[in-house]
Design a binder for this molecule. Structure first.
Ligand SMILES: Nc1ncnc2c1ncn2[C@@H]1O[C@H](COP(=O)(O)OP(=O)(O)OP(=O)(O)O)[C@@H](O)[C@H]1O
Ligand SMILES: [Mg+2]
Length: 251
Protein backbone atom coordinates (compact mmCIF):
# COMPACT_ATOMS: atom_id res chain seq x y z
CA UNK A 1 0.00 0.00 0.00
CA UNK A 2 1.52 3.29 -1.08
CA UNK A 3 1.67 6.26 1.25
CA UNK A 4 -0.13 9.44 0.21
CA UNK A 5 1.30 12.88 -0.53
CA UNK A 6 -0.82 15.94 0.26
CA UNK A 7 -0.74 18.34 -2.65
CA UNK A 8 -2.34 21.73 -2.39
CA UNK A 9 -2.53 23.51 -5.70
CA UNK A 10 -4.40 26.78 -5.52
CA UNK A 11 -5.87 26.23 -9.00
CA UNK A 12 -7.36 22.91 -7.94
CA UNK A 13 -9.11 21.30 -5.05
CA UNK A 14 -6.44 19.91 -2.73
CA UNK A 15 -5.61 16.45 -4.03
CA UNK A 16 -4.08 13.43 -2.39
CA UNK A 17 -1.67 11.61 -4.68
CA UNK A 18 0.05 8.28 -4.08
CA UNK A 19 3.63 8.98 -3.06
CA UNK A 20 6.08 7.87 -5.75
CA UNK A 21 9.29 9.14 -4.13
CA UNK A 22 10.03 9.43 -0.46
CA UNK A 23 13.38 10.85 0.63
CA UNK A 24 13.99 10.52 4.35
CA UNK A 25 16.72 12.35 6.28
CA UNK A 26 19.43 11.68 3.70
CA UNK A 27 22.92 12.94 4.27
CA UNK A 28 26.08 13.01 2.18
CA UNK A 29 29.41 14.47 3.24
CA UNK A 30 32.62 15.01 1.30
CA UNK A 31 35.41 15.17 3.86
CA UNK A 32 34.18 17.71 6.39
CA UNK A 33 31.63 19.27 4.02
CA UNK A 34 27.97 18.34 4.57
CA UNK A 35 26.77 18.63 0.95
CA UNK A 36 23.35 17.24 1.99
CA UNK A 37 22.43 17.22 5.65
CA UNK A 38 19.34 15.28 6.80
CA UNK A 39 17.06 16.39 3.96
CA UNK A 40 13.70 14.76 3.27
CA UNK A 41 10.76 15.37 0.94
CA UNK A 42 8.01 13.47 -0.88
CA UNK A 43 6.87 13.53 -4.50
CA UNK A 44 3.42 12.36 -5.53
CA UNK A 45 2.70 10.36 -8.68
CA UNK A 46 2.42 12.81 -11.57
CA UNK A 47 3.50 15.70 -9.37
CA UNK A 48 6.00 18.35 -10.50
CA UNK A 49 8.19 19.54 -7.62
CA UNK A 50 10.79 22.31 -7.80
CA UNK A 51 14.15 22.02 -6.05
CA UNK A 52 15.78 25.41 -5.70
CA UNK A 53 18.59 27.02 -3.76
CA UNK A 54 21.76 29.02 -4.32
CA UNK A 55 24.95 27.55 -5.83
CA UNK A 56 26.46 24.81 -3.72
CA UNK A 57 23.19 24.16 -1.83
CA UNK A 58 23.39 20.40 -2.48
CA UNK A 59 20.70 20.13 -5.18
CA UNK A 60 22.72 18.09 -7.70
CA UNK A 61 24.06 15.91 -4.88
CA UNK A 62 20.45 15.22 -3.90
CA UNK A 63 19.76 14.03 -7.48
CA UNK A 64 22.87 11.84 -7.32
CA UNK A 65 21.53 10.25 -4.13
CA UNK A 66 18.05 9.61 -5.58
CA UNK A 67 19.29 8.21 -8.90
CA UNK A 68 21.98 5.98 -7.36
CA UNK A 69 25.05 7.85 -8.69
CA UNK A 70 26.10 8.36 -5.08
CA UNK A 71 25.19 6.48 -1.91
CA UNK A 72 23.91 8.50 1.02
CA UNK A 73 25.88 8.24 4.28
CA UNK A 74 22.59 8.36 6.16
CA UNK A 75 18.85 8.19 5.45
CA UNK A 76 16.75 6.37 2.89
CA UNK A 77 15.20 6.77 -0.55
CA UNK A 78 11.98 4.90 -1.31
CA UNK A 79 10.62 4.73 -4.84
CA UNK A 80 7.25 3.15 -5.64
CA UNK A 81 7.21 1.65 -2.17
CA UNK A 82 10.62 -0.05 -2.60
CA UNK A 83 13.80 0.95 -0.74
CA UNK A 84 16.20 1.99 -3.53
CA UNK A 85 18.87 3.53 -1.29
CA UNK A 86 21.47 0.94 -2.24
CA UNK A 87 20.58 0.52 -5.91
CA UNK A 88 23.09 1.08 -8.72
CA UNK A 89 22.16 3.81 -11.24
CA UNK A 90 21.28 1.21 -13.90
CA UNK A 91 18.91 -0.56 -11.49
CA UNK A 92 17.29 2.74 -10.48
CA UNK A 93 16.78 3.50 -14.16
CA UNK A 94 15.21 0.09 -14.78
CA UNK A 95 12.79 0.79 -11.93
CA UNK A 96 11.71 4.01 -13.63
CA UNK A 97 13.95 6.83 -12.40
CA UNK A 98 15.39 8.89 -15.27
CA UNK A 99 17.56 11.94 -14.85
CA UNK A 100 19.20 14.70 -16.84
CA UNK A 101 22.58 16.16 -15.98
CA UNK A 102 23.62 19.70 -15.15
CA UNK A 103 26.36 19.50 -17.79
CA UNK A 104 24.20 17.65 -20.35
CA UNK A 105 25.45 14.09 -19.75
CA UNK A 106 25.10 12.73 -23.27
CA UNK A 107 27.34 10.71 -25.57
CA UNK A 108 29.65 13.12 -27.41
CA UNK A 109 30.47 10.69 -30.22
CA UNK A 110 26.83 9.98 -31.04
CA UNK A 111 24.56 12.22 -33.07
CA UNK A 112 21.72 14.11 -31.42
CA UNK A 113 19.19 11.60 -32.75
CA UNK A 114 21.27 8.58 -31.68
CA UNK A 115 21.51 9.95 -28.13
CA UNK A 116 17.74 10.24 -27.87
CA UNK A 117 17.29 6.77 -29.37
CA UNK A 118 19.38 5.07 -26.66
CA UNK A 119 16.65 4.73 -23.97
CA UNK A 120 14.08 3.71 -26.57
CA UNK A 121 16.28 0.97 -28.05
CA UNK A 122 17.04 -0.20 -24.51
CA UNK A 123 13.37 -0.83 -23.93
CA UNK A 124 13.02 -2.77 -27.17
CA UNK A 125 11.69 -0.28 -29.73
CA UNK A 126 12.64 -1.00 -33.35
CA UNK A 127 15.44 1.32 -34.60
CA UNK A 128 13.19 2.84 -37.24
CA UNK A 129 10.49 3.72 -34.72
CA UNK A 130 13.05 5.03 -32.20
CA UNK A 131 14.67 7.17 -34.92
CA UNK A 132 11.30 8.59 -35.88
CA UNK A 133 10.37 9.48 -32.31
CA UNK A 134 13.83 10.93 -31.62
CA UNK A 135 13.59 13.24 -34.64
CA UNK A 136 10.11 14.37 -33.58
CA UNK A 137 11.21 15.05 -29.99
CA UNK A 138 14.27 17.00 -31.14
CA UNK A 139 12.32 18.85 -33.82
CA UNK A 140 9.86 20.07 -31.26
CA UNK A 141 12.78 21.60 -29.35
CA UNK A 142 14.07 23.40 -32.45
CA UNK A 143 16.89 20.93 -33.17
CA UNK A 144 15.78 19.58 -36.57
CA UNK A 145 18.75 21.19 -38.36
CA UNK A 146 21.26 19.37 -36.12
CA UNK A 147 19.66 15.94 -35.55
CA UNK A 148 22.45 14.21 -37.46
CA UNK A 149 25.32 16.26 -35.96
CA UNK A 150 27.65 14.67 -33.45
CA UNK A 151 26.75 15.91 -29.96
CA UNK A 152 30.34 17.12 -29.42
CA UNK A 153 29.87 19.69 -32.19
CA UNK A 154 26.80 21.26 -30.56
CA UNK A 155 26.48 24.12 -28.07
CA UNK A 156 25.92 23.63 -24.34
CA UNK A 157 22.26 24.63 -24.71
CA UNK A 158 21.74 22.19 -27.59
CA UNK A 159 23.30 19.38 -25.54
CA UNK A 160 20.98 20.22 -22.64
CA UNK A 161 18.04 19.91 -25.03
CA UNK A 162 19.22 16.49 -26.23
CA UNK A 163 19.45 15.35 -22.61
CA UNK A 164 15.95 16.72 -21.99
CA UNK A 165 14.59 14.96 -25.09
CA UNK A 166 16.06 11.64 -23.81
CA UNK A 167 14.06 12.10 -20.61
CA UNK A 168 10.93 13.16 -22.49
CA UNK A 169 10.83 10.00 -24.63
CA UNK A 170 11.63 7.64 -21.75
CA UNK A 171 8.97 5.61 -20.00
CA UNK A 172 10.20 6.58 -16.54
CA UNK A 173 7.62 7.36 -13.90
CA UNK A 174 9.99 9.81 -12.19
CA UNK A 175 12.18 12.27 -14.09
CA UNK A 176 14.85 14.39 -12.39
CA UNK A 177 15.85 17.46 -14.43
CA UNK A 178 18.98 19.36 -13.41
CA UNK A 179 18.81 22.96 -14.67
CA UNK A 180 17.19 21.90 -17.97
CA UNK A 181 16.78 25.40 -19.42
CA UNK A 182 20.41 26.52 -18.97
CA UNK A 183 21.64 28.06 -22.20
CA UNK A 184 18.24 27.53 -23.84
CA UNK A 185 16.24 30.25 -25.62
CA UNK A 186 13.15 31.38 -23.60
CA UNK A 187 10.76 30.30 -26.38
CA UNK A 188 12.20 26.77 -26.23
CA UNK A 189 11.99 26.87 -22.41
CA UNK A 190 8.22 27.40 -22.88
CA UNK A 191 8.07 24.36 -25.14
CA UNK A 192 9.95 22.36 -22.49
CA UNK A 193 7.32 23.40 -19.94
CA UNK A 194 4.62 22.15 -22.33
CA UNK A 195 6.39 18.80 -22.67
CA UNK A 196 6.71 18.47 -18.88
CA UNK A 197 2.98 19.20 -18.45
CA UNK A 198 2.11 16.57 -21.07
CA UNK A 199 4.25 13.99 -19.30
CA UNK A 200 2.59 15.02 -16.03
CA UNK A 201 -0.85 14.38 -17.55
CA UNK A 202 0.43 10.91 -18.46
CA UNK A 203 1.24 10.36 -14.76
CA UNK A 204 4.97 11.09 -14.84
CA UNK A 205 6.36 12.79 -11.73
CA UNK A 206 9.16 15.29 -12.09
CA UNK A 207 11.63 17.03 -9.79
CA UNK A 208 13.23 20.04 -11.41
CA UNK A 209 16.28 21.98 -10.29
CA UNK A 210 16.33 25.46 -11.74
CA UNK A 211 17.63 28.95 -11.06
CA UNK A 212 14.93 30.30 -13.42
CA UNK A 213 12.40 30.88 -10.67
CA UNK A 214 9.48 32.28 -12.76
CA UNK A 215 9.80 29.28 -15.11
CA UNK A 216 9.88 26.68 -12.37
CA UNK A 217 7.22 28.39 -10.23
CA UNK A 218 4.82 28.30 -13.20
CA UNK A 219 5.29 24.54 -13.51
CA UNK A 220 5.38 23.01 -10.06
CA UNK A 221 2.82 22.49 -7.34
CA UNK A 222 5.43 22.55 -4.57
CA UNK A 223 8.95 23.89 -4.12
CA UNK A 224 11.66 22.52 -1.84
CA UNK A 225 14.35 25.05 -0.92
CA UNK A 226 17.86 23.90 0.00
CA UNK A 227 20.56 26.17 1.39
CA UNK A 228 24.06 25.00 2.36
CA UNK A 229 23.06 21.34 2.41
CA UNK A 230 19.94 21.80 4.54
CA UNK A 231 16.27 22.03 3.64
CA UNK A 232 15.28 25.61 4.48
CA UNK A 233 11.60 25.32 3.64
CA UNK A 234 9.04 23.68 1.37
CA UNK A 235 5.71 24.98 0.13
CA UNK A 236 3.56 26.42 -2.61
CA UNK A 237 5.51 28.44 -5.19
CA UNK A 238 3.58 31.59 -4.21
CA UNK A 239 4.51 31.17 -0.58
CA UNK A 240 8.14 30.22 -1.19
CA UNK A 241 8.51 33.08 -3.70
CA UNK A 242 7.35 35.58 -1.08
CA UNK A 243 9.52 34.16 1.73
CA UNK A 244 12.14 36.76 2.77
CA UNK A 245 14.48 33.96 3.94
CA UNK A 246 14.51 32.56 0.40
CA UNK A 247 15.31 35.97 -1.06
CA UNK A 248 18.07 36.46 1.51
CA UNK A 249 19.57 33.07 0.63
CA UNK A 250 19.74 34.02 -3.05
CA UNK A 251 21.41 37.35 -2.24
N1 LIG B 1 32.25 14.77 -5.45
C1 LIG B 1 32.41 15.83 -4.63
N2 LIG B 1 33.52 15.97 -3.89
C2 LIG B 1 33.68 17.02 -3.06
N3 LIG B 1 32.76 18.01 -2.90
C3 LIG B 1 31.64 17.92 -3.62
C4 LIG B 1 31.38 16.84 -4.53
N4 LIG B 1 30.17 17.02 -5.11
C5 LIG B 1 29.69 18.15 -4.60
N5 LIG B 1 30.56 18.71 -3.71
C6 LIG B 1 30.35 19.94 -2.93
O1 LIG B 1 29.09 19.80 -2.29
C7 LIG B 1 28.40 21.05 -2.29
C8 LIG B 1 27.06 20.88 -2.97
O2 LIG B 1 27.29 20.70 -4.36
P1 LIG B 1 26.11 20.51 -5.40
O3 LIG B 1 26.75 20.34 -6.73
O4 LIG B 1 25.22 19.44 -4.93
O5 LIG B 1 25.37 21.92 -5.29
P2 LIG B 1 24.21 22.54 -6.21
O6 LIG B 1 23.14 23.00 -5.29
O7 LIG B 1 23.85 21.59 -7.28
O8 LIG B 1 24.93 23.82 -6.80
P3 LIG B 1 24.77 24.53 -8.26
O9 LIG B 1 23.53 25.37 -8.19
O10 LIG B 1 26.00 25.37 -8.35
O11 LIG B 1 24.73 23.47 -9.29
C9 LIG B 1 29.32 22.05 -2.97
O12 LIG B 1 30.04 22.74 -1.97
C10 LIG B 1 30.23 21.18 -3.81
O13 LIG B 1 31.49 21.78 -4.01
MG1 LIG C 1 23.95 21.62 -9.31
Amino acid sequence: MLARTEVTNIQQTPAVLPTVLSVRAVGKSFGGLHAVNDVGFDVGAGEVVGLIGPNGAGKTTMFNLVSGQQKPDRGSVTFDGVDVTALAPSAAKRRGIMRSYQDGGIFSKMTAAENVMVPMLARGLKPRQADDLARKALGRLGLSPVVDELAERLSGGQRKLIDFARCAVSEASLVLLDEPTNGVHPSIASTMAEVIRERQEAGVACVIISHDLPWIFSLCSRVVVMVAGEKMTEGLPEVVGADPRVHAAYL
